[in-house]
Design a protein around this ligand. Structure first.
Ligand SMILES: Cc1cc2nc3c(=O)[nH]c(=O)nc-3n(C[C@H](O)[C@H](O)[C@H](O)COP(=O)(O)OP(=O)(O)OC[C@H]3O[C@@H](n4cnc5c(N)ncnc54)[C@H](O)[C@@H]3O)c2cc1C
Length: 418
């Protein structure tokens, strides 16, 4: 990988196969997949990416639960060993219960003959492991801190104008610049949004009792509360609260925060005995009206954000990356213009509907567990114990969550031999 200086002679005049704005987990994975397939890739990233890793370092605040489909994509990209060498944790069960009804649902990997139901990994670990591989690629360049001022697409190529009057030309511009994507905005792609009026407080905590390699999720009047199993007695928390409680939760001293968390989890893992840094995120569903224009495609949070209660955001983003890589490589190998609208539309048709289904199912879940109507409470009272006994429904749900739907990209289906 070459690090470029901001020099107009270096950048103007050449035509890049691929330019990716945003080197987060999804943008970096897309860059790696395309560069491994021989494309000349330029990544524009706002901030330097920190690759330093020290095993003794504190657990980071942002953690993702990765599905088997994501694990396969990352294995196929040669990244998984870098994740395992740093830090990740396989969880083997998921336990869901509700504050106001007695039913509980237990999902176990054993029931579907799988070794686990996924891995919890710090986002910084995923990103560092991908960038470590990118550094080995001769056909990848990176330019830090460039500010975008304009995006133009035509039938032939895309032009990205940077502050400082530099124009970067590419066959395919990929926006992976997150939920507040500047590329999406400059390309005039509309966005449908829904404010959940809820925030997530995240961080890592130590508990009195072991998490037993299980992720625990309790539905409360304020919203769900989750423990994601990390290390011995260490869990990452996701505490969902109405937006107006975010400042209150973040201003609590450690002792009070630990007590509030213990209470929200109904002391399921005993008392929370140690808390680390925490942060809060207001939650908004976003869906781009289009994922593509001629020579432009959106991936990951630039295309969609979702309620994180089922931990699907980066998993969907990695599926976008794998699907886009597949369609672009297929077109190039068939001698077609890989950035053309007809090629990119195949990617959009594949991924947009799938992402919409996952967004909608989260909405249905959220609606059902909002404890504001006696009819819904009565339904849950009946449904949770029944659901726990219906092993075929539970097994189907586990399989969908772990392995994804049928129409998976090749990179997510199986670990391909080299
Ligand atoms: C509380 C919470 C919990 C979550 N838990 C899970 C989970 O368990 N499982 C899961 O799958 N997902 C989870 N998610 C969602 C997941 O974090 C996101 O889907 C994921 O981070 C999206 O990755 P991305 O690479 O698309 O975007 P980002 O991570 O936002 O990366 C965007 C990158 O673009 C760069 N960038 C931005 N603007 C510019 C610009 N103008 N120029 C250049 N570079 C730019 C940024 O610096 C960054 O590197 C959670 C989200 C939240 C809020």
């Amino acid at each position: 990988m070459k690090q470029l200086e901001f020099d107009s002679n270096n950048l103007t005049g050449q035509l890049w196969d691929i330019v990716i704005v945003g080197g987060g987990m999804v943008g970096a994975a897309t860059a790696l997949g395309l560069s491994k397939n021989g494309f000349k890739v330029l990544i524009l990233e706002k901030g330097p990416v920190n690759l330093d890793w020290d095993h003794s370092s504190e657990y980071r605040m942002r953690v993702s639960a990765l599905t088997r489909a994501s694990e396969k994509i990352l294995k196929n990209l040669g990244v998984w060993t870098g994740i395992e060498n740093r830090r990740c944790h396989a969880f083997t069960a998921m336990h869901v219960w509700d504050e106001v009804t007695p039913g509980e649902v237990h999902f176990s990997a054993k029931d579907i003959q799988e070794p686990n139901l996924g891995h919890t990994v710090e986002n910084a670990v995923i990103q560092a492991a991908i960038w470590e591989q990118l550094e080995q690629q001769d056909n990848v360049s990176v330019l830090y801190t460039a500010e975008i001022s304009d995006v133009e697409t035509s039938e032939q190529q895309a032009h990205l104008r940077l502050v400082g009057d530099v124009c970067v030309k590419t066959q395919l511009l990929i926006a992976a610049d997150g939920a507040f994507s500047k590329v999406r905005e400059l390309a005039n792609i509309g966005l449908k949004t829904h404010d959940y009026q809820q925030c997530a407080i995240v961080g890592c905590v130590k508990t009195e009792s072991s998490h037993q390699d299980t992720c625990w999720q309790r539905y409360t009047g304020d919203g769900p509360f989750a423990f994601l199993a990390m290390d011995e007695n260490v869990s990452s928390i996701a505490w969902y609260l109405p937006n107006e409680k975010m400042d209150w939760a973040l201003s609590l001293d450690d002792e009070t925060f630990a007590e509030e968390i213990s209470r929200a989890s109904d002391y399921r893992l005993g008392q929370v005995v140690e808390v680390a840094q925490r942060d809060g995120f207001p939650l908004v569903r976003r869906h781009a009206e289009h994922y593509v224009k001629p020579h432009l495609a959106l991936v990951g949070d630039a295309a969609h954000t979702i309620h994180p209660q089922a931990g699907q955001g980066v998993n969907l983003g990695l599926l976008d990356a794998a699907a886009l890589i597949e369609k672009v490589v297929e077109a190039r190998d068939a001698g077609k213009d890989f950035g053309s609208y007809s090629v990119l539309r195949k990617y959009e048709r594949w991924r947009r509907g799938d992402n919409e289904i996952v967004q909608r199912s989260m909405e249905a879940f959220d609606w059902l567990f909002k404890q504001d109507a006696s009819l819904k409470v009565a339904f849950r009272k009946f449904m949770l114990p029944v659901a726990n006994r219906m092993s075929f429904v539970k097994n189907w749900l586990m399989d969908q969550a772990l392995n994804g739907r049928e129409s998976l990209p090749e990179l997510a289906k199986r670990v391909l031999s080299k």
